[in-house]
Design a protein around this ligand. Structure first.
Ligand SMILES: Cc1cc2nc3c(=O)[nH]c(=O)nc-3n(C[C@H](O)[C@H](O)[C@H](O)COP(=O)(O)OP(=O)(O)OC[C@H]3O[C@@H](n4cnc5c(N)ncnc54)[C@H](O)[C@@H]3O)c2cc1C
Length: 385
């Protein structure tokens, strides 16, 4: 075991940090901090990500992707602005969901533009009536001759309002043992009619895009149904296991930046005639924050490394995301507290970090559900299904 980055990993981290500082943050700063970025700005961001070679990191190389190790993807994502990182995770994961089991023709139609960052993808699974219980989706797929028809509603879809291609999880009923026969269907938003999309403002990641999507008898070609009946859940789980530690790492990255701001503040700010940093309780808080960030990072990196080694990742990924999101939130909160009123001031940026970190406790498994996934692995007993 080696805890040091390789030379290539160090270069990747440095290059991503530069990409963020020199290209991505200036684009974000040109727009209102509390409004979804216009699609044009997102395309500018995706063009930069494509030039950097990171728009389809987990897509296998024989499909035109980078086929990158999950650990390296995590090291990179940690350096991106969180709002860009969550969009990229959705886009990248969607290229994998779109291509697994899809025909060569379907891959040739969509993957080149997606990997070149000219188009953006998303995955739509959650619904008003089906969140943690993803098997309970009710968006219906019906096949009539050469056409597939989708009707239903999806909710909380990352990239929903800026995407060109959506991978939609649909139900076709259940098999004779009652197991859901959910399927993946590609909806091309440049061709499909009767799709309505509405953006939903949320607590954090406010320059991002979270949407409700309505499908009113939307017709797509039958070739756009990809994979086998019932395999939508399998591909969801595969991507969730990868996404969870990645989302945890993004939070650790935010918390680490909050920590640096608070530490500098404590070194300079004097109360009772001496720097805050010299007070025993302040040092304990700083120690708690750095411990939370370090432990979160290590747990997420270890979960990603396990996936890279082909190990079953359900429990470790769930444990890593739950720990990292909750500990990072605590670390950001403590950092804010160390700065007194300044910590709550918009200009300083910590309040946005706090709101952004909070949001990550929900997607790809709430912290409650992640505890149950981990618990199922520990006890071999499912408490929730
Ligand atoms: C920022 C963000 C991005 C997202 N991106 C996407 C996306 O791109 N695509 C997509 O399809 N979805 C996306 N989602 C939706 C997300 O996956 C769901 O919100 C999540 O799965 C939880 O579902 P829910 O919100 O309906 O909560 P619910 O399932 O209603 O859960 C509510 C609460 O009940 C608890 N709970 C539920 N069941 C149990 C149980 N059996 N035992 C104990 N407690 C339980 C949960 O832990 C939670 O605290 C996103 C959400 C957010 C916030």
């Amino acid at each position: 075991m080696n805890f040091q980055l390789t030379e290539e990993q160090r270069l990747l981290v440095d290059a991503t940090r530069r990409l963020t500082l020199e290209t991505l943050e200036p684009i974000l700063k040109r727009h209102a901090p509390d409004r979804s970025l216009p699609k044009q700005a997102m395309l500018e961001i995706y063009a930069a990500l494509a030039e950097f070679g990171v728009t389809s990191m987990r897509l296998p190389a024989d499909r035109g992707g980078a086929g990158m190790a999950a650990l390296d993807f995590g090291l990179m994502l940690e350096q991106l602005p969180p709002v860009v990182a969550i969009s990229l995770i959705s886009h990248d994961g969607s290229t994998v969901r779109l291509s697994a089991g899809a025909s060569e023709a379907v891959c040739a139609r969509y993957l080149p533009d997606l990997t070149a960052g000219r188009k953006i993808a998303c995955t739509a699974t959650s619904e008003g009536g089906s969140g943690s219980d993803s098997n309970a989706i009710s968006t219906r797929l019906t096949v009539r001759g050469e056409r597939a028809i989708i009707s239903g509603q999806k909710l909380w879809i990352t990239n929903g309002s800026i995407c060109d291609v959506m991978v939609v999880a649909c139900t076709t009923g259940a098999d004779d043992r009652g197991r859901p026969l959910n399927r993946r269907v590609i909806v091309d938003l440049h061709e499909a009619k009767n799709v309505t999309i509405r953006e939903i403002p949320i607590t954090g990641l406010r320059q991002g895009h979270l949407s409700e999507v309505f499908f009113d008898d939307v017709e797509v070609p039958v070739e756009n149904i990809v994979g086998e009946p019932g395999d939508a859940g399998k591909y969801m789980t595969l991507m969730w296991n990868g996404n969870r530690p990645l989302l945890g790492l993004i939070c650790a990255g935010i918390a680490s930046r909050a920590y640096q701001i608070a530490r500098d503040h404590c070194a300079n700010r004097k109360q009772f005639g001496r720097p805050l940093a010299s007070m025993q309780l302040v040092q304990q808080d700083l120690s708690d924050i750095e411990t939370a960030v370090t432990a979160s990072r290590l747990m997420c990196l270890s979960a990603l490394d396990a996936l890279d080694h082909g190990l079953r990742g359900n429990g470790t990924s769930a444990m890593a995301k739950r720990f990292a999101t909750s500990q990072s939130l605590r670390a950001v909160d403590l950092s804010m507290q160390l700065m007194g009123a300044l910590g709550t001031c918009e200009e300083v940026g910590l309040e946005q970090m706090w709101r952004d970190t909070r949001v990550f406790q929900v997607p790809d498994g709430t912290n409650g559900i992640l505890a149950l996934i981990h618990g199922r692995e520990i006890t071999s007993t499912a408490a929730f299904r």
